[in-house]
Design a protein around this ligand. Structure first.
Ligand SMILES: NC(=O)c1ccc[n+]([C@@H]2O[C@H](COP(=O)([O-])OP(=O)(O)OC[C@H]3O[C@@H](n4cnc5c(N)ncnc54)[C@H](O)[C@@H]3O)[C@@H](O)[C@H]2O)c1
Ligand SMILES: [Zn+2]
Length: 389
């Protein structure tokens, strides 16, 4: 199975977006399209009704996205296309991915009188997408949902692939379900209001796709990052589309992460440990932690003589030039983490199987691989040296 990328020519009419890219995530009867480009929220009503039959929608969003004007735009487009739309606005932030908010949201979706044929619409970043997608997977034993991602991270990564869930006191994303969306509308216009720091952090997940399996794409990013960061429509659409294509291909081959999909965790074993240590706070955003984690994965690969220092330098230089952290010392605040504590957090990670740490290492740019062969002592010594740098 594979995913197809195709460009759609500009269409006429006021509601139809001028140009967008369509990527198909090929999962048999659960296949769906990811549309990427400008104007998709304004055209959401037509785009949804052309593909899915439903009478009602329950839009889930957060207060920032609502304030940025995206909610009103989406709602009026859905209603103009004859869909009845109700809305639930949740508080922004990672704390929203919780049992209490999930319980409240599930009841709200029932209060909206959504039936199994109706749609949950997640309008927001990864927090809203993960929460609303999980609610959709359990309410009425499973409802279809549409992802309308509004952060760069959600557009390149979290809205595609069907991982949904919430956090518990034991850790992040430990309760959830695989539940694929029925459609993803990644409207690049929504990114106009995204704070620069969030945009930069989300970009790391795009670069990750180049670093794990597509050296050509990483080279393109090195040459075109300025246009992407200037949010030029063509460059932004291309950057998102290639990353989504990469994810779609991997998800089509390994939907439930029994093998190859683990490659998408490049930088995440190290990165999650730093994020947990920093208390999942504004001190270190997810993408920033992953930037450091990816650099660490490349540096330990170099230490294990798997990769030359040129590749490591390219990754570090690219992130540094964009204002991203590459080392633990780049995290603001005085107290450095304890290597033993980081290793302990890494040991609680979902990526541990039969007591062995699963690491994603690299033999070059675009050549990541999965290994369980690195001893915990080696990782501990590496982390100790890293923290002293
Ligand atoms: N399901 C997956 O496969 C997957 C993959 C990666 C990450 N995630 C999850 O995604 C979450 C992080 O997602 P995120 O980085 O999008 O964070 P987020 O959803 O918290 O959004 C970041 C911030 O930007 C605001 N925002 C969103 N869109 C905006 C817009 N257009 N304009 C202005 N402000 C806007 C939000 O209110 C929030 O304050 C984490 O919980 C992570 O676990 C899931
Ligand atoms: Zn991530």
């Amino acid at each position: 199975m594979s995913a197809d990328i195709q460009s759609r020519p500009p269409a006429g009419g006021t509601q139809i977006p001028s140009a967008h890219t369509a990527i198909r995530v090929a999962l048999g009867s659960r296949s769906y399209e990811v549309l990427i480009g400008p104007g998709l929220i304004a055209a959401a009503g037509e785009l949804v009704t052309a593909r899915l039959t439903a009478a009602r929608c329950g839009i889930v969003t957060d207060a920032n996205v609502a304030a940025a004007g995206q909610l009103a735009r989406l709602r009026s487009s859905l209603e103009a296309a004859g869909l009845h739309a109700d809305t639930e606005i949740v508080a922004p932030g990672e704390g929203t991915k919780s049992f209490p908010v999930l319980a409240r949201l599930s009841e709200r979706l029932l209060e909206m009188r959504l039936e199994r044929g109706d749609l949950v619409v997640a309008l927001g970043g990864g927090v809203v997408g993960d929460l609303a997608g999980f609610a959709a997977s359990i309410v009425r034993r499973g409802m279809r949902f549409v992802q309308v991602p509004t952060t760069l991270l959600a557009q390149v990564d979290s809205s595609v692939g069907g991982k949904t869930g919430i956090n518990t006191t034991q850790g992040k994303n430990l309760v959830g379900a695989f539940h694929q969306p029925s459609l993803v509308l990644a409207d690049i216009d929504a990114l106009a209001t995204l704070p620069a720091r969030e945009f930069r952090a989300g970009y790391v997940e795009a670069a990750k796709f180049g670093l794990l399996g597509d050296a050509q794409y990483f080279g393109w990013l090195e040459r075109n990052a300025a246009s992407v960061f200037a949010r030029e429509p063509a460059a932004l659409t291309h950057a998102i589309a290639v990353a989504v294509q990469g994810k779609a291909d991997i998800v089509a081959r390994d939907e439930t992460e029994t093998g190859e999909r683990m490659l998408l965790n490049l930088g995440h074993t190290f990165g999650h440990a730093l994020e947990a240590w920093a208390g999942f706070s504004d001190r270190l955003l997810h993408g920033e932690a992953i930037a450091i984690g990816i650099c660490q994965a490349f540096r330990i690969s170099q230490q294990l003589n798997l990769i030359g220092n040129n590749s490591v330098a390219r990754v570090e230089q690219h992130f540094t030039a964009l204002g991203l952290p590459t080392r633990v010392a780049d995290i603001p605040g005085a107290d450095p983490p304890e290597p033993a504590r980081l290793l302990e957090i890494m040991g609680q990670d979902k990526k541990v199987r039969a007591g062995r740490l699963t690491l994603i290492l690299a033999r070059g740019i675009g050549e990541a691989f999965i290994t369980r062969d690195v001893a915990a002592d080696t990782v501990r010594a590496f982390l100790a040296a890293e923290i002293c740098r």
